[in-house]
Design a protein around this ligand. Sequence first.
Ligand SMILES: [Zn+2]
Length: 208
Amino acid sequence: MIDYERSLNRAFEHMPEYLTTDVRFSIPEPHIFIEGKTTVLKNFLEIADVVNRDPTHLLKYMLKELGTAGKLDGNRVIFQGKFTAETIQSQITAYADEFVICSECGRPDTELVRSDRVLMLKCAACGAHRPIRKRRVRPVAAKDAIEEGGEYDVRITGVGRKGDGFTQIDKYTIYVPRTVKGEIVTIKVNSISGTLAFAEILERKATE
Ligand SMILES: [Zn+2]
């Protein structure tokens, strides 16, 4: 019995990964931070890799949907303007629904093929194919202000005279005590006064 369970466990360990992503595959959560007037998506290439599409195709789609400019920078993409992780994530999900997921069986094992100049999504799992829909361009307005009580992922860009780290979002300089330059942190803005804001640190994410 024990041997049986052991070999069963071993069988599960050796299952190809796609079997465990039966219906929905899991797209990595976008890791973003705001830097100045830009939004940095750190794991862009990883996401493009999981959806198994040309990164430039995905990027072009996102720029069009977000109504902004941006560029590839190593593994990351830098978008002009400020976008929340939710906004970025919803664009990626919409991309997957349109260009990756089979509408018949819901699986991502598909490829894009051109047939009579029409772009088709062809499913390797069930054989279904469908044309790619034409979509309306629907720009998402960039939020250009912070608000009291709001939480943001930011990179600390400097340290003030009193030793508090600070960062810049749009016109605001936000002071965050107990941080150092180069740290990426989640902050909560407690108060805003003119173009100065004061925040507390909620979580340290990384140091660049
Ligand atoms: Zn299918």
